[in-house]
Design a binder for this molecule. Structure first.
Ligand code: HEM
Length: 481
């Protein structure tokens, strides 16, 4: 069967074959038993899938009496994420359990009427009209990173994952909390988050994603630590909200301010108990935005740098575009439309390394997918990792080829290319994240050509997000002015 998404630019078979595919997750061999594969999944959730799974329309299995269905075709993704959304709007119970201590009833984990209400309330704060102002935060933060990089000795590698995490934390911190947030408060929030995530991932790697059988040994000490770090994050954010509440006439631009204004518009303090924009709701949504918008973009950018080093012709073409369009100045909101190749590189990087590689939902009622029964309670999984490398949907699925995303090419099916998910629960920061990636890349790649430390073996780690195991050490080669 021909691939649905064909490449437009003629690259000869020989050239294609000569280029090595970038790193992927090793496939288990066809004889490896399911039990053994589940053991491997404890290290990396993506190592379970065999070659045939990259061709399948759907995959079904049952573990510890729990039914699972992997929707692995655009039709089934459309069915679950769009057409029958109301039946599948719930995150898996394990995901909710893992994140509730930190996010409370925040948008990311809520469902039903509460989710609908919260989505309506939060969406204006991330609307397209406000995006240009947020992009100034993105570019100025990336410029600070470039300035810091200039102070470093060129022959000492940096961990690109750490660098990108610091950069995106700075951007989302300023966006959510505003510019007057104290440096030490921002650091404490990041530290609390990191610790929370570390504890949850150790505790709940499997169950967070709807696979509790991967995690039979619960650990009460870790659970306690998880709650402790969540409380730390809450305390700091409560303080920031309190302070901003006492300065009603201050310049109000952060997401927190937007949520607070909305709360005030709905009456004094909103109502407690989950109704829109009580004090606790403002805090919960601030935490959601920080969590959802921080590590995702950092991982996407890190994988982009890895791919640009992997294929230096692509790096050269990207820098040529930046030189032609920007000529050394910082990019602005309006420049994004003038940088189609930069955008294509970032989109292709998210195809090969989707920052959120696995999405899971729970069926409320009986249904059928691909003419087979889905029982209530079934965990439905959609894996951007599998769909983005599906053998029947893409030409050269494992190869890095930004051309696929150039404007003169047909757009991929949105139910097969879904780094930001799709349907009513699509990422609320989709445009924000896309612009952030493009603008950070454009600001930094004008001045630096990061080169991977050749001795470092790049491996994929799949936890809640997809990141390079052990970071990504790179040298920061300066470009001539
Ligand atoms: C490259 C960057 C990003 C990627 C790849 C990404 C990806 C995703 C994905 C896949 C989901 C759906 C998760 C699920 O259904 O289980 C999601 C949800 C969400 N994202 Fe993003 N995201 C990114 C950046 C951001 C940013 C910057 C923000 C905020 C400023 C944000 C806010 C949210 C929120 C609030 C949700 C929950 C939406 C809902 O449940 O209604 N994301 N994101």
């Amino acid at each position: 069967m021909a691939a649905v998404f064909t490449r437009g630019t003629p690259v000869s078979q020989a050239t294609r074959a000569a280029k090595m595919a970038p790193v992927a997750v090793p496939l288990p061999n066809a004889e490896t038993s399911l039990v053994k594969r589940m053991g491997m999944a404890h290290q990396n959730l993506l190592s379970v899938w065999q070659e045939r799974d990259y061709r399948a329309k759907s995959i079904r299995f049952k573990m510890l009496n729990q039914d699972y269905v992997v929707c692995n075709s655009p039709q089934s993704v459309r069915h679950v994420f769009l057409r029958e959304h109301d039946n599948y709007d719930r995150k898996s119970p394990q995901m909710r359990n893992a994140l509730e201590p930190l996010l409370g009833d925040g948008l990311f984990v809520s469902d039903g009427d509460l989710w609908r209400q919260r989505r309506r309330d939060c969406a204006p704060a991330l609307s397209n009209q406000l995006l240009p102002a947020f992009t100034e935060i993105m570019t100025s933060s990336a410029r600070e990173t470039a300035e810091q990089w200039r102070q470093l000795p060129a022959d000492r590698p940096v961990d690109m994952l750490g660098e990108m995490a610091r950069l995106t934390a700075r951007i989302i911190g300023r966006t959510v909390f505003g510019d007057d947030t104290r440096e030490e408060e921002a650091d404490q929030v990041v530290a609390g988050f990191t610790e929370y995530q570390r504890q949850v991932e150790q505790l709940d790697l499997g169950s967070t994603l709807g696979m509790p059988f991967l995690n039979l040994l619960g650990n009460p000490v870790r659970r306690h630590r998880t709650r402790y770090s969540a409380r730390q994050v809450h305390d700091i954010i409560d303080r920031i909200i309190e302070r901003r509440g006492q300065r009603p006439d201050a310049e109000r631009f952060s997401l927190i301010d937007r949520f607070m204004q909305r709360g005030q518009a709905q009456g004094p303090g909103g109502k407690e108990g989950g109704c829109p924009f009580s004090r606790a709701a403002v805090r919960n949504e601030a935490v959601v935005m920080f969590m959802a918008g921080h590590e995702t973009t950092a991982n996407a950018l890190t994988w982009t740098w890895y791919l640009l080093d992997h294929d230096r012709e692509v790096m050269t073409r990207l820098q040529q575009e930046l030189d032609d369009v920007l000529g050394g100045r910082d990019p602005t909101f309006d420049d994004v439309d003038r940088l189609p190749y930069t955008r294509a590189v970032f989109e292709e990087a998210m195809r090969l390394y989707p920052p959120v590689p696995l999405l899971s939902r729970q069926a409320r009622a009986e249904d059928s997918v691909h003419n087979r029964e889905v029982k209530p309670g079934t965990i439905m999984m959609v894996l951007p990792w599998l769909l983005h490398r599906h053998r029947l949907l893409w030409d050269d699925p494992d190869h890095f080829d930004p051309e696929r995303f150039m404007p003169d090419q047909p757009r991929p099916d949105k139910f097969a290319y879904l780094p930001f998910s799709v349907g009513p629960r699509v990422c609320l920061g989709k445009r924000f994240g896309l612009y952030e990636g493009i603008l950070c890349l454009a600001t930094l790649a004008q001045h630096f050509t990061p080169r991977r430390v050749p001795e470092h073996e790049v491996r994929i780690e799949c936890r809640l997000t997809l990141r390079p195991a052990g970071g990504m050490p790179m040298f920061l080669e300066r470009r001539a002015a």
